[in-house]
Design a protein around this ligand. Structure first.
Ligand SMILES: [Mg+2]
Length: 381
């Protein structure tokens, strides 16, 4: 079997899909994208395709090594995301070739249900109350929300109290049997994080995510020791090596993105690395159906898996939704806040190729907003 053709498709709201075709008629799908930087990833996929077309798709690990290391210059979100999407497609092909789901190729299932959380938006506590209530009524047992909007580097008491009120409201609605994650989104300075974390502890969030920017990773040991709140991060890290320092610091939950950090092959290794530190895996995935399917295959076979992010109904999705690109929504049907294991081959989904080709004719040019503080200076989004 040889890889015969590789195509990419820009799919609204902000995604990109890759289709890898073989001369045996088996087709694999992947999702190589960096949100807001889809076009450079597409160009990187085109360069990697020069190497892959004509190659044996079954040699996933060898291709991963060459794609990741063979260009001399390596790393970073663009290359790692291009490799990630192609890696997903190669696993999809291998599973379909053998007629088994990818999780069977990775050692078989360790669980039958994958707990997922839903996003809630809303800026004031009343909105948080309504949004959390709605997700509980939809059957979810966990939610996640942003801890704050833009925040001044040394926050006012009002800004600090607004974060605490959101957490307090979420805990009131959820009771003690359900969970919420609080995403600081890299918007919070190290000083603000040190002030907030001890005060958040009484509301027992499941985790605080990206408590500081990846640029400020050197303060992670202090932040781990600042409170009992588990810290989570990883959506802006791109290889197992980049997770080593956070693990050493005592970060509790790793959130690599299967479309940014080298795909299924590298996430599996990041999960094993986390297991040696007693840390859990909660893959980042505000993306489309192929990335979520790849996450699920990992979740079914990863012992130290905690919970799965997913984008259905997320505030970013304008004009298109995850279910628009699959023929059969069944693999993404929630059962009491969890997704169920199936024995469908490959990544376990049927991509709606006609819908994907139609979407690419429109494409998208999604960019994240640029925020500014009240004085006009740049603010982290
Ligand atoms: Mg996040």
């Amino acid at each position: 079997m040889q890889i015969s053709r590789i195509e990419t498709f820009l799919a609204p709201p902000r995604w990109m899909f890759v289709r890898v075709e073989t001369d045996a008629g088996v087709v694999g799908w992947g999702e190589p994208v960096v949100e807001g930087r889809a076009e450079p990833v597409r160009a990187a996929v085109d360069v990697l395709a020069e190497y892959l077309v004509g190659a044996d798709p079954m040699r996933i690990e060898d291709h991963w090594q060459v794609m990741t290391k063979g260009g001399f210059y390596r790393g970073g979100p663009v290359l790692s995301s291009a490799v990630a999407g192609l890696d997903q497609a190669l696993w999809d092909i291998k599973g379909k070739h053998y007629g088994v789901p990818v999780h069977q190729l990775l050692g078989g299932p360790v669980r039958d249900r994958v707990r997922a959380y839903a996003w809630v938006g809303g800026d004031d506590p009343a909105e948080v109350r309504d949004a959390v209530t709605a997700q509980l009524e939809a059957g979810f047992t966990a939610v996640k929300m942003n801890g704050c909007g833009r925040m001044t580097p040394v926050a006012s008491p009002a800004e600090v109290r607004a974060v605490l009120r959101r957490a307090e409201t979420a805990r009131q609605v959820l009771g003690d049997a359900h969970d919420f994650g609080l995403d600081f989104h890299g918007r919070v300075s190290p000083a603000n994080a040190r002030r907030l974390l001890p005060q958040l502890a009484e509301y027992a969030p499941m985790f605080v995510e990206e408590p500081v920017l990846p640029d400020h990773a050197h303060v992670l040991p202090d932040l781990v020791n600042a409170s009992s709140v588990p810290l989570a991060l990883g959506e802006r890290l791109y290889s197992r090596r980049e997770f080593l320092a956070p693990l050493h610091a005592g970060v509790a939950v790793l959130q690599p993105d299967v479309s940014h950090a080298g795909g299924i092959s590298e996430l599996r290794r990041i999960a094993a690395l986390a297991e040696t530190y007693g840390a859990q895996l909660a893959p980042h995935c505000p993306l489309g159906p192929i990335a979520l399917a790849a996450c699920l295959q990992l979740a079914f076979t990863t012992p130290n898996f905690l919970i799965q992010e997913q984008s259905i109904g997320i505030h970013y999705n304008r004009g298109a939704e995850l279910l628009d690109y699959v023929v059969d929504p069944e693999p993404f049907r929630f059962d009491r806040g969890a997704l169920l294991r199936t024995e469908r081959p490959g990544l376990g989904i049927d991509v709606d190729e006609a819908a994907v080709r139609a979407a690419d004719r429109t494409g998208h040019a999604w960019r994240n907003p640029v925020w500014r503080h009240q004085d006009g200076s740049f603010a982290e989004w």
